[in-house]
Write a protein that binds this ligand. Structure first.
Ligand code: AMP
Ligand code: ZN
Length: 114
């Protein structure tokens, strides 16, 4: 998608600080971190929101979680704990319409979230 900033990050048109990559998934530091570790994990295919998931494109969701697990482990947060969250739609705070898993760690994370 030519106007999607995360597709531009995937193509290298917009720079990012990469933390993980495989055939299906890319992960990079959030530009405006909300915790000492704040990583965005995205599929390499453009999917706008959770509402656009179906049986043909949803296998990548498990891969996003496996990447989150590995990044959290490598950063030393496996035992302490971390949060993974995906916003869907404007009311939930989604601002970039290319699905992304937030991985947050390194400070107490309140529940319920705001
Ligand atoms: P959401 O509000 O769930 O759609 O999350 C979008 C996230 O993308 C926010 O946490 C932003 O800080 C982050 N973000 C926006 N532009 C960039 C960028 N160019 N590089 C890294 N993170 C970004
Ligand atoms: Zn995109």
């Amino acid at each position: 998608m030519s106007d999607c900033i995360f597709c531009k990050i995937l193509s290298g048109e917009i720079p990012s600080k990469a933390l993980y990559e495989d055939d299906d998934v890319f992960a990079f530091e959030d530009l405006n971190p909300q915790a000492p570790l704040h990583v965005l994990i995205i599929p390499k295919t453009h999917i706008e929101t959770i509402n656009n998931l179906d049986n043909h494109n949803s296998a990548v969701i498990g891969k996003l979680y496996l990447a989150a697990k590995k990044i959290a482990f490598d950063a030393g947060y496996s035992n302490e704990g971390y949060r993974v969250v995906m916003n869907c739609g404007e009311a939930a705070g989604q601002t970039v319409f290319h699905i992304h898993l937030h991985l947050l760690a390194g400070r107490p994370l309140n529940w319920p979230p705001g």
